[in-house]
Design a protein around this ligand. Sequence first.
Ligand code: AKB
Length: 317
Amino acid sequence: MSQGVHFIIGASGQLGTELALSLVSKGEHVVLSDVRRPAHQNLQSLEYVTLDVRDRGAIDAALIAAEASHVYLLAAALSARGEGDPEWAWDLNMRGLLNIMEHASDSQTVKQVFWPSSIAVFGPETPAAAPQCGERKPTTVYGISKNAGEQWCAWYREHRGVDVRSVRFPGLIGHRAVPGGGTTDYAVDIFIEANLTGRYTCYLNEDERLPMLYMDDAVDCIHDLMAAPADRLKVATSYNVHGMDFTPAELGAAIAERVEGFTMDYAPDFRQAIAANWPDSLLDAEARADWGWSPKIGMNELVSIMLEAKKVVLSET
Ligand code: AKB
């Protein structure tokens, strides 16, 4: 790995928690920041800074003090929550990104930035299996901000020499921290409820297929992309990365095979309309060719891992 200072913004969230745990396990120097302290017990003793990513002065001060070399900007308002407060979501997602890009443009210490985009950049006109260059007409505030963010990243790379790297994540499923505010969150909630109550009411239609990715593959994806030689990265915006895809009914059936008596019903809400505009799967040949993207976990292994790990989710978050 890099032997620098890895500064995670949004370190108390679902992906931030997992990335921090992984970097620590690799012996890296990690500094955490968020608007609330990390809940995971294994992160309690790490350096932590309370930071609002919209505050440029605070960003500059924290990154300089930490001598950050690698910045991971994971703080964001996700799709479902963003629709309830569009201006706040746009401000958080865009101001945060521009603050980091401006800082990185001027910094002598920041070498690389990671910023996640999302399947939310796609829209109803994108083919069900979304190509790397598929039509991007997002329908949510979150998707609009990710789409604009992809172009901003390309601009800062081209005009200011910022080494910013990015992928379009599908729904992320892990057991060391819970998600919040996303449309794909059902695929984590279902495991918690399967273990607690043996039943789950899904807010999406039973046949709403979405792309998903197991968290360890997502974290490896970040490590691999950050380690890739810059001259191998041909995509100017964000790389499609695909792990698996399934419908709520397929996931429920796989859980029912392992949890006796598990039942599921459906009460679709506003999140169904968001999901309906997203692709079923992502075509990720460019990520595979350019930097060796190769996920390991499919749906059946995921179900086994998540059911096995139930106590971790409930006790550590
Ligand atoms: C969401 O559901 O908003 C996120 C995403 C797909 O980016 N998980």
